[in-house]
Ligand binder design. Structure first.
Ligand code: UDX
Ligand code: ADP
Length: 467
């Protein structure tokens, strides 16, 4: 079984970069990414590669090489499914906001819609690959829908694979081109080998792991839960460091050199964001409750609770340090994306921290190298203010085009995303534009403390017990 035509449903942060790399590495396979969102497809087809809908270092080069050769972006969902021998489902699966499992279970309506589209449009033998992060046993639901379609029309047959995505935003291209492993879960050996053959164009055979469907789905949730747990663990220690005079970076280095623990994912900060960690843990929690394991559910839920606490804690300490009130005060926010090198703001710590400060009546001047102001407005559930309204006591926000503009007249700067541009700022110059006493709250510990202090700023750094 040799794959000649791949269709990917969903042109988002996962589908777009993943298919671009597959097309780049497999020039003989026709790869078409489809989406119902016309504006998104238009942006993927933009002649100006700096305007792709997803910002990801290196993505423009990969798309530039493959687009128009064997990589196509289109809204013709059914026609593309009909001619494909492999269909990836890579649509959004946010946490449900209402109904059964609200706040925990994933909303599978888009996945189900895709399965129905495939059931209707596919021809011949079609391998359906589940790529979105999904709760365990979703593949079973997809299979049931497809099998019903197969009964109606014996000319067609389907097999379902789970192929979880482990790419991290900001390093997606590197993660896709040199993955630690590729995981393929399924029942039909020939289909598994067909997908493995796609990856083996550039991935070592030893790194392609085959499992059953459920193991593959559960591995994805568990990998993210373990990573997120490390962040909550180090953030809990950061709070203790601040209280006791230790420095969390020294602690992280000391524990990270233990080869059993390892050095990665030990950066204390404003808590984890992104589309995966919280959602996947909540899925795990939901699953555990469903299967009668409330203690296991509580254990994982505490990782999310600690993360939420850390974000509220940072907002609260900003208020406390600024004499107990930020009402009418201008605060410069550096970074709105959930991490550096992405324009994605899903679950960004900045949303909760800015939300708390707006509630306290602050006037926020928000700077981010890649996030659009329209996205900030959606996330903060509040339009940007035309002019600061200090007297009303109501919080407001405005976009700052530069860090200089953001800090002018501000009482404090908060660094919430570790963008490189925030690492070596001219703090002496910036401090000169601020109202005194001026503060830097460095929630990512990226600024040089000596330089910041020499500039006359009072510094708070996450996990730093020194005041
Ligand atoms: C994550 C997983 O890493 C990836 O394998 C999976 O496929 C999707 O979810 P992503 O959310 O894109 O990827 O980014 P990641 O680098 O994991 O960062 C997640 C969050 O944790 C970010 O908000 C980041 O700032 C935070 N983080 C990460 C820390 O606070 N400290 C760290 O040490 C590492
Ligand atoms: P992810 O981070 O998982 O890639 P995104 O939200 O960035 O998630 O992308 C998911 C994409 O899937 C969106 O562009 C959305 O329009 C698309 N999508 C959702 N449902 C369907 C569907 N039934 N058919 C085609 N595209 C869909």
């Amino acid at each position: 079984m040799t794959i000649q035509r791949i269709c990917c449903i969903g042109a988002g942060y996962v589908g777009g970069p993943t298919m671009a790399v597959i097309a780049d590495r497999c020039p003989e396979i026709e790869v078409t990414v489809v989406d119902i969102n016309q504006a998104r497809i238009d942006a993927w087809n933009d002649a100006d590669l700096s305007r792709l809908p997803v910002y990801e270092p290196g993505l423009d080069a990969v798309v530039g090489r493959a687009r128009g050769r064997n990589l196509t972006f289109s809204t013709a969902v059914e026609a593309t499914v009909a001619s494909a021998d492999m269909v990836f489902i890579s649509v959004n699966t946010p946490t449900k906001t209402k109904g059964l499992g609200a706040g925990q279970a994933s909303d599978l309506r888009w996945v189900e819609a895709c399965a129905r589209t495939v059931a209707k449009a596919a021809t011949g033998h079609t391998i359906v690959v589940e790529k979105s992060t999904l709760p365990v046993r979703t593949a079973a639901a997809i299979k049931t829908i497809l099998e019903a379609a197969q009964e109606d029309d014996q000319q067609r047959c389907f097999s379902v694979l789970s192929n979880p995505e482990f790419l991290a935003e900001g390093t997606a291209i590197r993660d896709l081109e040199a993955p630690d492993r590729v995981l393929i879960g399924g029942e039909d050996a020939a289909s598994i080998e067909a997908l493995a053959a796609v990856y083996s164009h550039w991935v070592d055979e030893a790194k392609i792991l085959r499992t059953n469907l459920w193991s593959s789905e559960l591995s994805k949730l568990t990998a993210n839960a373990f990573l997120a747990q490390r962040i909550s663990s180090i953030n809990s220690v950061a709070a203790l460091c601040e209280a006791t005079g230790a420095d969390v970076r020294e602690v992280a280095r000391a524990i990270g050199t233990d080869s059993r623990i390892g050095p990665k994912f030990l950066n204390a900060g404003p808590g984890f964001g992104g589309s995966c960690f919280q959602k996947d843990i909540l899925n795990l929690v939901y699953l555990c409750r469903h299967f009668g394991l409330p203690e296991v559910a509580d254990y994982w839920e505490s990782v999310v609770a600690l993360n939420t606490w850390q974000q509220h804690r940072i907002a609260q300490l900003v208020v406390q340090k600024l004499f107990g009130t930020v009402t009418g005060k201008r605060l410069a926010i550096f970074g709105f994306a959930f991490k550096a090198d992405t324009n994605d703001t899903r679950e960004a710590p900045a949303i909760r921290i800015c939300g708390d400060l707006l509630e306290e009546g602050a006037q926020l001047a928000i700077h981010d190298p890649k996030v659009e102001p329209a996205q900030m407005a959606r996330d903060l559930k509040q339009e940007a203010a035309a002019a600061a309204d200090v007297l009303s006591g109501t919080g407001s926000w405005a976009l700052a085009e530069s860090v200089e503009e953001a800090v002018s007249g501000a009482d404090a700067v908060l660094i919430l995303t570790e963008w490189n541009v925030y690492r070596n700022l001219n703090w002496a110059e910036l401090a000169g534009r601020m109202r005194k006493p001026a503060w830097l709250f460095d929630a990512r510990a990226v600024a040089d403390p000596a330089v910041v202090r020499a500039a006359g700023l009072t510094l708070w750094r996450v996990g730093d017990g020194e005041d």
